[in-house]
Ligand binder design. Structure first.
Ligand SMILES: Nc1nc2c(ncn2[C@@H]2O[C@H](COP(=O)(O)OP(=O)(O)O)[C@@H](O)[C@H]2O)c(=O)[nH]1
Ligand SMILES: [Mg+2]
Length: 417
């Protein structure tokens, strides 16, 4: 298997990173085994919700993913999440565990910056009131910038000498210098495309280097803002300010503590809750038959009031707790498309049995199907690639949402390893 997509949760202490991670990973339904090999306490599997291909063919009843889940055509595709704690102001100077934290980030394809929108924690995460969370957004971006720029400037003299001595291109030299951030040549090329007419590297002044670093950050660390603690009364005005100041940023309003609470109540059978929606049903809302069917327990007065509060403060105002949308926003930013490798292109089953669409991988839209094959099967010789109904798909054809996303790879017998 190729490299998995990794989404890192970042933010100052007490912004809600761990709560958000819990809200995304404590899946309340039967969920397939853990597909990732790395065991690390700060890593967890989240589930990106997509419209599953089974619904296109009316095969929801036969859809049993090997990993993740599928409920009536809504599929949860596993995605790796990383809780990157310990970031404090000036981490790039090595304060606290700063540099270790920054090093952990290199694995990430996308960042979710958890912002405490309520302003009830200061820059260091200590309790306060009326703190301006705009400062956190700028500080985090600046921290990353200083870190990358610092690493580059530290050895700029020798970088330039080597660049001229080896007659390298800007791309080759930057690849050497920025490859350590798990950045591919392609990615660095995209960054360079964002700063046209920079001229040869040996002539760059500080301002130009800074522009290149900013461009690199934007492709290597695309960021979604989670404006968290939306349930708090002070959050509204801060959110308006943030959205006004950062119109280009992708923002999702969240209340991760509410999601954790609702999932807990659902697992204790007090409510019926579809994660990510505004729909919470209690015994007050359902018929005796439905209550029996779902096995719901009656609420006491205190619980009933809390649920009313959650509806008023979060669900009815914002449409949901936002956490499911948060992963979707990250996936949109990365332009991820679910692709379903199948054995049988007529009934979509795998090697055996009648269950359909057992596998699903996330790939960037526009990826050639041959690269998808490599990602899934490694370095084997592909004889042919087929789509739905056995239609031939060219190796260089690309995948998109709903296009070339159901594929069967025919391997040359004995041509693999
Ligand atoms: N009101 C409110 N509090 C939250 C929310 N999410 C987290 N918290 C609280 O914020 C504090 C810090 O949360 P935690 O997840 O440990 O933050 P971390 O340090 O970023 O991992 C805890 O007391 C949480 O209960 C939220 O959505 N709303
Ligand atoms: Mg934490």
């Amino acid at each position: 298997m190729g490299k998995e997509t990794v989404i890192a949760l970042v933010g100052k202490p007490s912004s809600g990173k761990s709560t958000t991670l819990n809200s995304l990973t404590d899946a309340n339904a039967k969920v397939g085994a853990f597909p990732f090999t790395t065991i690390d306490p700060n890593k967890a599997t989240g589930y990106l919700e997509v419209d599953c291909a089974c619904a296109r063919f009316g095969k929801q009843d036969l859809c049993k993913p090997n990993y993740g889940y599928c409920r009536d055509g809504k599929r949860g595709v596993p995605i790796m999440l990383l809780d990157v704690a310990g970031l404090v102001p000036n981490a790039h100077l090595g304060r606290g565990l700063g540099n270790k934290f920054l090093g952990d980030l290199t694995e990430a394809d996308c960042l979710i910056h958890i912002v405490d929108a309520s302003g009830t924690t200061n820059a260091e995460g200590k309790a306060t009131r009326g703190y301006d969370p705009l400062a956190d957004i700028e500080w985090l971006q600046d921290e990353l910038f200083q870190w990358i720029l610092g690493n580059l400037m530290e050895r700029w003299g020798s970088v330039v000498r080597r660049h001229t001595a080896t007659k390298s291109t800007n791309l080759e030299t930057l690849r050497q210098q920025l490859g350590g951030y798990s950045a591919t040549k392609h990615l660095i090329g995209l960054a360079l495309d964002k700063v046209p007419d920079v001229g040869p590297l040996q002539e760059w002044d500080t301002a130009t280097i800074e522009r290149v670093v900013r461009a690199f950050m934007s492709v290597k660390f695309p960021t979604v803002l989670s404006l968290n603690k939306m349930d708090h009364p002070d959050s509204d005005k801060n959110v308006s300010k943030i959205i006004l100041q950062h119109p280009e940023s992708k923002c999702v309003l969240t209340s991760s503590i509410t999601e954790v609470f609702l999932r807990k109540l659902a697992s204790q059978n007090y409510i019926k809750y579809d994660a990510g929606t505004e729909f919470v049903d209690t015994t007050d809302d359902l018929t005796p038959e439905e209550i029996a069917k779902y096995g719901l327990k009656p609420l006491d007065e205190k619980l009933r009031r809390r649920i009313e509060n959650i509806r008023d403060l979060v669900l009815y105002r914002f449409g949901s707790t936002g956490v499911v949308q948060l992963l979707q926003a990250a996936a949109d930013t990365l332009e991820l498309v679910p692709v379903y490798p199948v054995r049988n292109v007529n009934n979509f089953t795998g090697g055996s049995g009648n269950q359909v669409f057992r596998d699903c991988v996330l790939v960037k839209r526009g990826t050639p199907v041959l690269s998808v094959a490599r990602k899934i099967m490694g370095d084997v010789t592909i004889a042919a690639i087929e789509g739905v109904g056995g239609s031939r798909v060219g190796e260089e054809d690309t995948v998109d949402r709903g296009k070339n996303d159901i594929l069967s790879f025919k391997i040359v017998p004995g041509g693999g390893n």
